[in-house]
Ligand binder design. Structure first.
Ligand code: RIB
Ligand code: CA
Length: 313
C-alpha cells in the first residue's frame, strides 16, 4: 500500500509536536505534503514557528510549513498558554528555526493541493481549531468532495469539556469552523477526549521516550513532563494525555482504535455550551451519522508504536 498523502493542520503545542514527529518518522505510511499552522494553543506567529522547530528536530526541513488563519472565523482567539506554556512548546530548549516559512497562505496551499492531487487521495490531519479547513471549504467549496478523509482531534462526549464544563479546546476556539467541517459531508474520524484521556504518558512511558537517548526522544520526554501539569492538577491524571498523536497513529494502525459511526453536531448558539460536540452515541435521534467517533484505544500498542517510530529520528 503506498503511503497516504496528508496535510497536517496544527497549533503546536507539545502534543501536536509528538503527532508531527510520528508522521515524519513514518514515510512508509504517510507522505506529508505540507504542514499548515493555525492560531490555537498559542498565537499564529508561535504555532508557525513551533511547526518549523519540530520539523528541524526531526531533521525533515524539506517539509513546507505554511501560516494560516490568525483568529477563529467569527470569534476572538482563545489560547492555552496555561497548558502549553508561553512558547507553546515549553519543556525542552530547542533552537529557533532556520528553515523558511512558505510565503503562500495555508488556506491557499490546502485549496491548491486538493485541486492538484487526484480527487480522494489527500487526507487532512487536523490537530487544532478547524479554522484553516473551514476557511478553505468556504473559499473553494469545489475542493470539499476531493478530500479523502479528515482525521481530527477534537470534541468530547463521556469526558465532557477540558476548557469549559462542556467543550474541548479545539472545537471551543472555533465552533463555527467545526460546524462547517462536520456538515461538509467529508468522511470524518474524530479523536475526542474520550479516547485521548486514555493515552496517558505514565512515568514508564515517559522513561521509554527518554531512554531512546536521541534528540527527539529526549525532547518528547521533556515536552510531556511539562505538558502533564495541567491534566494532573485538574483530573489527577497519571500523566499527560497525548491527544494529537492519536490522529497520526490512526493512519498507521487504525486497529489500535475503536469507536462508532454516529451523528455529531456542534453547539454554536449558546454561551453556556459553546463548542460542545453533541454526539449521538446511543442513537437516540434520527440525525444522520456524519463521523466515526473514537471511544477507546490499545494504549500499550499506541505507545509501543510511538517509541519505535520516534526512535527512528
Ligand atoms: O483539547 C486538546 C487539544 O487542544 C489538543 O489538540 C491540544 O494540542 C490543543 O490544541
Ligand atoms: Ca493541537
Amino acid at each position: 500500500m503506498p503511503p497516504r498523502k496528508i496535510i497536517i493542520d496544527t497549533d503546536p503545542g507539545q502534543d501536536d509536536a509528538v503527532a508531527i514527529l510520528l508522521a515524519l518518522s513514518s514515510p512508509e505510511d504517510m507522505d506529508v505534503l505540507g504542514i499548515t499552522a493555525v492560531a490555537g494553543n498559542v498565537p499564529l506567529e508561535l504555532t508557525q514557528k513551533n511547526a518549523r522547530i519540530v520539523c528541524e528536530l526531526a531533521g525533515k526541513t524539506d517539509v513546507p510549513v505554511f501560516a494560516g488563519c490568525d483568529r477563529p472565523m467569527g470569534r476572538q482567539l482563545v489560547t492555552a498558554e496555561h497548558v502549553h506554556g508561553k512558547t507553546g512548546l515549553d519543556g525542552p530548549s530547542l533552537p529557533d528555526p532556520t528553515m523558511p516559512l512558505q510565503d503562500q497562505h495555508a488556506v491557499d496551499f490546502i485549496i491548491e493541493t486538493l485541486h492538484r492531487e487526484d480527487a480522494g487521495t489527500v487526507t487532512l490531519c487536523v490537530l487544532g481549531p478547524l479554522t484553516n479547513i473551514a476557511t478553505a471549504f468556504e473559499k473553494a467549496p469545489e475542493v470539499i468532495e476531493r478530500v479523502q478523509q479528515i482525521v481530527l482531534m477534537g470534541g468530547a462526549y463521556f469526558e465532557v469539556g477540558n476548557i469549559t464544563p462542556t467543550a474541548e479546546f479545539n472545537i471551543y476556539v472555533d465552533p463555527e469552523a467545526a460546524e462547517i467541517t462536520f456538515k461538509s459531508g467529508v468522511d470524518i474520524v474524530v479523536m475526542p477526549l474520550d479516547v485521548t484521556h486514555k493515552a496517558l504518558v505514565t512515568q514508564p512511558r515517559n522513561d521509554a521516550f527518554r531512554d531512546l537517548g536521541t534528540p527527539s526522544g529526549i525532547a518528547v520526554a521533556q515536552m510531556t513532563d511539562f505538558f502533564e501539569r495541567f491534566d494532573k492538577e485538574k483530573y489527577g491524571s497519571n500523566g499527560a494525555p497525548l491527544h494529537d498523536p492519536c490522529v497520526t497513529a490512526y493512519l498507521i494502525a487504525p486497529e489500535l482504535f475503536s469507536g462508532r459511526h454516529i451523528n455529531v453536531e456542534i453547539e454554536t448558539q449558546s454561551d453556556l455550551t459553546r463548542g460542545m460536540t453533541v454526539a449521538d452515541w446511543w442513537g437516540v435521534t434520527d440525525r444522520p451519522a456524519n463521523a466515526t467517533f473514537i471511544g477507546d484505544l490499545d494504549a500499550d500498542g499506541f505507545f509501543a508504536l510511538l517509541v519505535e517510530r520516534i526512535g527512528r529520528l
